[in-house]
Write a new protein. Structure first.
Length: 80
C-alpha cells in the first residue's frame, strides 16, 4: 500500500524523484506503483502494488474479495 508522499506523487503525475511525468499522449502516462490502471482490453480498475522486469502486480476487489495478478505493463492503461 502506498504511503502519503508516494500516493500524492502518483495522483499529481510525479515520479519517485518528484519530477513531473511526461505524457506520451493525453491519456497514456507512465505507470508507477500506486497508480490506478485497467487492462487495455477492459476489466476492473486495479491498483499497482509493485513493478518488476516489465510486469506489474495489480490488486482489485471483486465484491468484498481481494484479488491480485501479474500483468505485462504494456497491457495496462493508466486511469489516475
Amino acid at each position: 500500500m502506498l504511503k502519503g508522499q508516494e500516493l500524492r506523487q502518483c495522483r499529481l503525475g510525479l515520479n519517485s524523484s518528484g519530477d513531473l511525468l511526461k505524457k506520451k499522449s493525453e491519456k497514456k502516462m507512465e505507470i508507477n506503483v500506486g497508480c490506478v490502471v485497467q487492462l487495455k482490453s477492459g476489466g476492473p480498475l486495479m491498483t499497482v502494488a509493485w513493478i518488476e522486469n516489465g510486469e506489474a502486480y495489480c490488486e482489485w476487489f471483486d465484491n468484498k474479495k481481494k484479488e491480485g495478478s501479474t500483468f505485462q505493463v504494456t497491457s495496462l492503461t493508466r486511469k489516475s
